[in-house]
Design a protein around this ligand. Structure first.
Ligand code: NAP
Length: 259
């Protein structure tokens, strides 16, 4: 399917690895020029060059912490005008409610709620002026079904979801859509981090932790960054203009709910 977005320009945050990279690859395959971002410049440059070579699109790489004001300024300054925004950042570490401090919450809110909101605030006006735009926020399955150990993530991402529910309806009249993609477990470094926590807490092997988790998923496996990227690219496509303010689960059926 031709996604109809060749020549558009996208910012994909936190995209040197994992789900962000999967989204960047899928957009590049559709002919979209990219601004990529991550904190570490080494992996970022490697990813940027691999995408340039594979897809012959323009790729600008900006090494910066997207969860800081200075980082966002650096990225937005390099990026210029954009048609597509994909927000993403690392997720908070797992833990327990009785340990989390106000500072832990402020950090999680900054990373996973206020950063995407700040990026939307900066970029939506330009999209509205052009009467076309796409925003996809990478959130989490934990928005629909809480993961107790990820309480910081549950709280911050649910706040973002509430913001998107209203704002997406305010910008839809101008040809701009905002939607959220909710990953369940995917085979990335984040999964290694989460499974590592189980290994430590329960004294089992990594293989056992993965097998246990996979057994709880109807698809009986972890998702891939490629599958995730393809769905994100579709949401950014010309065909997705009528999809507004939705929260789309990519979790192999793990969330046991009718709708
Ligand atoms: P990942 O494999 O660990 O990749 C994270 C990417 O984000 C890397 O490129 C990393 O590069 C970059 N990054 C992290 N923090 C950043 C920051 N502050 N500023 C700029 N770039 C940053 O993680 P992932 O699995 O792709 O997960 C992406 C998001 O989805 C996370 O919020 C995660 O919590 C959420 N999620 C993931 C899963 C899963 O199973 N994978 C499930 C549910 C939700 P640098 O380290 O160099 O900055």
């Amino acid at each position: 399917m031709d996604l109809g977005i060749r020549g558009k320009r996208a910012l994909v945050c936190a995209s040197s690895k994992g789900l962000g990279r999967g989204v960047a690859e899928a957009l590049a395959e559709a002919g979209v020029d990219l601004v990529l971002n991550a904190r570490g410049s080494e992996a970022l440059e490697v990813t940027a060059e691999a995408i340039r070579r594979a897809h012959q699109v323009n790729v600008v790489a900006v090494a910066a912490d997207i969860t800081t004001e200075a980082g966002r300024e650096a990225v937005l300054g390099e990026a210029g005008a954009l048609d597509i925004l994909v927000t993403n950042a690392g997720g908070p570490a797992p833990g327990i409610w009785s340990d989390w401090t106000r500072d832990d919450f402020v950090k999680a809110l900054d990373a996973n709620m206020l950063t995407p909101i700040a990026l939307m605030k900066a970029l939506l006006p330009g999209m509205i002026d052009k009467a076309w735009g796409r925003v996809v926020n990478i959130t989490s399955q934990s928005v629909k079904a809480p993961i107790a150990a990820l309480g910081l993530s549950n709280a911050a991402r649910t706040g973002l979801t509430g913001y998107v529910a209203g704002t997406s309806r305010q910008v839809a009249p101008f040809g701009v859509t905002i939607n959220n993609l909710l990953p369940g477990i995917h085979d990335t470094d984040r999964a290694v981090q989460l499974d590592g926590g189980v290994v430590k807490a329960r004294g089992i092997t990594m293989e056992a932790a993965r097998a246990e988790r996979a057994a709880t998923i109807p698809a009986r496996r972890y998702g891939t960054a490629e599958e995730f990227g393809a769905m994100a690219a579709f949401l950014c496509s010309q065909h997705a203009g009528f999809i507004v303010g939705q929260n789309i689960l990519l979790d192999g059926g793990a969330t046991n709910a009718t709708i």
